[in-house]
Design a protein around this ligand. Structure first.
Ligand SMILES: [Fe+2]
Length: 169
């Protein structure tokens, strides 16, 4: 059954309240998967007219946020984590190639961190993954994509603070 965004937000809130750690986030992720493959939900939540990043829901109590994202063109992302927060990437249209990275050396004031490629997988419509605090990852795409993203807190405030990482073999 197609859910409204507010209904989805309230359901996510209930799951995260019952299990505030990674288990609750995984349940949110599992709740999203069938919706991401539901054309009626996707057309309503992330229509073609959606911009790069639009806030759909912010929980008044827990402060987690649900965003609709419509990414245009090709892009190779850089390795990053989400600072003090977690995030869920849910693929609704197009494909994302996700790389997860193992931390070899933490970034410092003397230079960028070092990372080693740990695993690569393809996200297709209906797939969703949780990135807990500190999990380094980089999304890439070769064509436009549409996603639902859930962030533990609105990550706009941390985006400018992202450290640089260099790949090592
Ligand atoms: Fe990310």
């Amino acid at each position: 059954m197609t859910k409204s965004i507010d209904e989805l937000g309230r359901l996510c809130g209930a799951l995260l309240k019952a299990q505030p750690g990674p288990d609750g986030r995984q349940k949110v992720c599992d709740l999203l998967k069938p919706l991401l493959a539901d054309n009626a939900f996707v057309d309503k939540a992330i229509p073609e007219s959606t911009g790069e990043r639009e806030l759909l829901y912010e929980d008044p109590e827990l402060k987690f946020c649900i965003f609709a994202e419509h990414k245009g063109g090709a892009k190779i992302g850089k390795p990053h984590d989400h600072g003090p927060s977690w995030a869920i990437y849910g693929q609704a249209a197009g494909e994302t190639e996700m790389t997860e990275w193992e931390l070899v050396k933490a970034p410092s004031k003397d230079g960028p961190g070092k990372v080693r490629r740990a695993r690569i997988y393809k996200m297709t419509p209906g797939s969703a993954y949780v990135y807990n605090e500190g999990v380094l990852h980089s999304p890439s795409r070769t064509a436009p994509t549409r996603l639902i993203r859930v962030e533990g807190v609105n990550l706009d405030q941390f985006r400018a603070l992202r450290p640089e990482y260099e790949e090592v073999p």
